[in-house]
Design a protein around this ligand. Sequence first.
Ligand SMILES: Cc1cc2nc3c(=O)[nH]c(=O)nc-3n(C[C@H](O)[C@H](O)[C@H](O)COP(=O)(O)OP(=O)(O)OC[C@H]3O[C@@H](n4cnc5c(N)ncnc54)[C@H](O)[C@@H]3O)c2cc1C
Length: 498
Amino acid sequence: MTKQKQIIVVGAGWAGLGATYHLAKQGYQVTLLEAAPYPGGLVAGWKTPGGRSVEGGIHGFWYPYQNIFSLVKELGLEPFTEFTRSSQYSPRGLEVQSPIFQQEPLLPTPLGTFIYPQFNYLPLIDRLSALPMLYSVIDFDNSEEAWQRYDKVTARELFKQFGVSSRLYKEAFEPMLLVGLFAPGEQCSAAAALGMLYYFILAHQPDFDVVWCRGTVGEKIFKPWVEQIEAAGGKVLTNQRVTDLVVEGDKVKGVVCDEDVFAADAVIMSVSVSGMKKIVSNSPTLSSYGEFADLSNLGGIDVLATRLWFDRQVNVPLPSNACFGFDPTTGWTFFDLNTLHDEYKEETGSVIEADFYHANQLLSLSNEEVVAKVHGDLATCIPEFKDAKVVDSSVIGVRQGVTHFAPGSYQYLLKGKTSIENLYMSGDWIITNHGSWSQEKAYVTGLEAANLVIEKFGGSPAKIIPIAPDEPHIQLARTVNQMVRGLGESLLPDFWLP
Ligand SMILES: Cc1cc2nc3c(=O)[nH]c(=O)nc-3n(C[C@H](O)[C@H](O)[C@H](O)COP(=O)(O)OP(=O)(O)OC[C@H]3O[C@@H](n4cnc5c(N)ncnc54)[C@H](O)[C@@H]3O)c2cc1C
């Protein structure tokens, strides 16, 4: 039965590849259409004409990415480094060094997160000012109601409301928002901030531990994954930009790629917000559906990925580093690829990847200007870079590349099911109650979309590993909070803003 069903998946990032792989294994005739010349989406990697490996930003895989870890095991791959420690820099130098949290004595969350990192400057009193925030961490349980309560508040307002010190906000929380949600606190939804911080940092002590690919994710994961998708009967077609869908009577019948139409029994869209907005703006059919027309209320954020090859080795104390305070609303990270990537281990000079988030003002600079800025900022963090010369470089700017979880955006995000009965959505911006973020969320929503197809036409659903349960004291605090909230709601009129 499933063998006769034609499924079209659009977009070959984590979400689209995840959906395609599972459905191909279930015997569906799956075709994945990707606009770019190679699969991978935001995580794609390729070689420069000079044969050097580059990618659109280095990607970390955090401890809770259990579905991705399970996938690479199933694929028989061993792409990752060991867990690494990380540092944080500002223009005054090294600010913080983090341990590998799972190697430290286990404390009830979130104590380990506050106690184990070594802060060079931030006084204890500032760190303690985060304690009242714990109430909102308990109150935000990733439910629909919690998103409604917190989404229209900015993250900055939330931290201010709970009395977080100015230094703690500027030197710890805002840098995390810039790296985790790609935007400064005044431009982030408080709901997204709480969800992201809980998932990556607060839920369990080891959650902030991270591994990296020992080369580009494209080479180490996507290439062999696509081979296995093809071996399972799936087709991955690149250079295929989808421009419209054929919809008749609330059912999608096909996918339009310029002159070609691919017939479909079901379609899974796995494109970014900006990719989806482009398709909708070209499609009178999709625009006639409120949920798709409303996507024009969502936005993307500019990012910039650079790779610099130096003429000599500079000692970078830890392989992954986050930086704040260099530009008012831009965060950046840099990585020592000689340590992380196999191909640069023997390189005579340092190879550094530096990625900038919310990089709006940098995207209009020339490549030379960008490289000079990156070199200067690196030298501020690690002065030995001053004397090192840049011998080669790659600069990749992605306009509107990543989802902007802006205050008030939740109401416009889509769920896996749409009002077109056989059109499903996936990607890192799709609403799911799984609780994950970024690559893991994209992959999980891809599996969830595949499972919606399976619910309709049959097959074995993909097994999705839930995130680890809350620790018992958090569960207790949440239960008590829900009882008090429920009591309040039953006694008080529904009068105030949520
Ligand atoms: C610089 C940077 C650093 C990051 N760091 C991390 C990190 O350390 N860890 C982490 O987990 N996440 C990180 N992320 C986020 C991560 O990259 C994304 O969450 C994830 O890749 C999203 O996957 P996706 O499948 O949802 O979408 P995408 O990767 O955006 O894939 C969508 C695909 O759809 C294709 N497409 C668009 N329009 C069309 C069309 N009309 N027709 C056909 N195809 C189309 C695109 O070409 C693309 O291949 C980072 C992102 C960036 C930019």
